[in-house]
Design a protein around this ligand. Structure first.
Ligand SMILES: Cc1ncc(COP(=O)(O)O)c(C=O)c1O
Length: 375
C-alpha cells in the first residue's frame, strides 16, 4: 500500500498544460493571469474584489495591516494554524483567545459575552475550521450590534455555503482570506487571496502587496512613489494559471470530499469514533476530524499515530492550541479558560481526506483505524 497522507493535491494534465502555456508566454509574474485569477475567485465567492498573494499568511498579514491598529484587541480561536493569530501580532495588536464550540469553531456566544464586558475590543478573527463555515446569522448580529471588524479566515473553506452565504463573499465580514497550499481544496503550490467588498480596503491591499508603491497616470513614465511601508507578497502568473485550472474543478473536488465524509460518517455511526460533526451541507470538508475518548481505551493517541503510520496511513492533528505554544506562553498566554478546546485537543485527530483518496484506500483507513483502536 502506498503511503496515504491526510491531505494532498489533485493535479491533472489540464493543470500541467496551463502552467506550460504560461511559461511560454511573455509574463511569468504580474501579468494577465493574476488579474484573471483574482476576478475568477471574486466571482466564485460572490465578492466584489480579490487580491491574490504569495500565501495565506501574507493574506492575513495584509488584511491585518488594513483592518487593525497597534494595541487593538482581537478575539480569536486557539483552534487554528499559527498564522491566524500571528497576523494579529505582526501588526502589534493583541490576540485574545476564546474557547471553541462543539463544532471546532470559535464560540460566538462567548465572544458576545466578552464584547459586552469590554467595549474596547476591536475585531473578531473567526476561522471556518475544517471547511465548516462560522454561523453567519450570529456573525451578522455581532457586527450589527457591537461595531466590530470581522475577518473570516476561510483558508479551509473555499466552496462552503451557509444558508446561501458563500465562504469569501464577505456578506457578514470585512475581509476573508484563503490559502492555496497543496493540502487545501485548490492549489497554486503556495498562494493565498483576500476577498473584500470595500473598494477602499481593496486599494490599500493592492498597494501593500507591492512595497507600498503607487504609480498614477499624471506621473512621469519612470516615476513611482512609495507612500507607506509595504511588502512583496506578489503571486506569479505561473501559480495563477494553475489556480485558474484548479478552480474549474473545485466543485467536483468538493463533491468528492463530501462523498468521502458521508462514507466516514456511516462507518463511525454508533462507534467509539465520533465525527466532529456529521454531514450537514455547510462544510466543504478540507478536513475530516474525529474525536476518540482515549481514557476509555488501552491505546494512547501517540500509539495510534505510530501504529497507523506503520500501516502507511498519515494521521494529522488539527490543532495544538495556539495559546499553549512556547512563543505564546512567553508572551503570557496559555492559562485561558478553554475547557472545550482542551478536551477537544485530547481527543481529536484528522483522517485522510482528499479528492484522489480511492474507495479501497478509504476502506483500508477505516478498517485499520478500528483494528488499531481495538488493540
Ligand atoms: C486556518 C489557516 N489560516 C491560515 C493559514 C496560512 O496559509 P498558508 O500556509 O498559505 O500561509 C493556514 C495554513 O495552513 C490555515 O490552515
Amino acid at each position: 500500500m502506498n503511503f496515504i497522507p491526510y491531505g494532498k493535491q489533485s493535479i491533472d494534465k489540464d493543470d500541467i498544460d496551463s502552467i506550460i502555456e504560461t511559461l511560454k508566454s511573455d509574463f511569468l509574474t504580474t501579468g494577465p493571469k493574476v488579474k484573471e485569477f483574482e476576478e475568477a475567485i471574486a466571482n466564485y465567492c460572490g465578492a466584489k474584489y480579490c487580491v491574490a498573494v504569495a500565501n495565506g499568511t501574507g493574506a492575513l498579514h495584509l488584511a491585518s495591516l488594513v483592518l487593525l491598529e497597534k494595541g487593538d484587541k482581537v478575539l480569536t480561536t486557539p483552534n487554528s494554524f499559527l498564522a491566524t493569530s500571528n497576523s494579529i501580532l505582526y501588526v502589534g495588536a493583541e490576540p485574545i483567545f476564546v474557547d471553541i464550540a462543539k463544532d471546532g469553531n470559535i464560540d460566538l456566544d462567548l465572544c458576545e459575552s466578552k464584547l459586552k464586558r469590554d467595549s474596547s475590543i476591536k475585531a473578531i478573527y473567526a476561522v471556518a475550521f475544517s471547511g465548516n463555515m462560522v454561523n453567519q446569522e450570529k456573525l451578522k448580529y455581532l457586527r450589527d450590534n457591537y461595531n466590530i471588524t470581522i475577518l473570516e479566515d476561510n483558508a479551509h473553506s473555499i466552496g462552503a455555503v451557509y444558508n446561501g452565504v458563500k465562504a469569501g463573499s464577505c456578506i457578514n465580514s470585512d475581509c476573508s482570506i484563503f490559502s492555496f497550499h497543496p493540502v487545501k481544496h485548490l492549489t497554486t503550490g503556495e498562494g493565498g487571496a483576500i476577498t473584500v467588498n470595500s473598494k477602499d480596503i481593496y486599494e490599500k491591499l493592492l498597494t501593500l502587496r507591492g512595497h507600498g508603491m503607487v504609480k498614477t497616470p499624471d506621473m512621469k513614465p519612470w516615476e513611482y512613489e512609495m507612500r507607506e511601508l509595504g511588502f512583496n507578497y506578489r503571486i506569479t502568473d505561473i501559480q495563477c494559471a494553475l489556480g485558474l485550472s484548479q478552480l474549474n474543478k473545485l466543485d467536483s473536488f468538493i463533491d468528492r470530499r463530501v462523498d468521502i465524509a458521508k462514507k466516514y460518517d456511516m462507518a463511525f455511526e454508533d462507534s467509539i469514533v465520533k465525527p466532529l460533526y456529521s454531514y450537514h451541507g455547510k462544510s466543504s470538508y478540507h478536513l475530516y476530524v474525529v474525536q476518540v475518548d482515549f481514557s476509555e481505551l488501552n491505546i494512547s493517541k501517540e500509539e495510534l499515530f505510530i501504529k497507523m503510520r506503520e500501516r502507511s496511513i498519515g494521521l494529522q492533528l488539527h490543532y495544538i492550541p495556539i495559546n499553549k505554544q512556547p512563543y505564546y506562553k512567553s508572551l503570557g498566554y496559555g492559562d485561558e479558560n478553554t475547557p472545550i478546546m482542551d478536551n477537544y485537543y485530547s481527543e481529536c485527530f484528522s483522517l485522510p481526506m482528499f479528492p484522489k483518496l480511492s474507495d479501497s484506500e478509504q476502506d483500508y483507513v477505516i478498517e485499520s483505524l478500528f483494528e488499531v483502536l481495538n488493540g
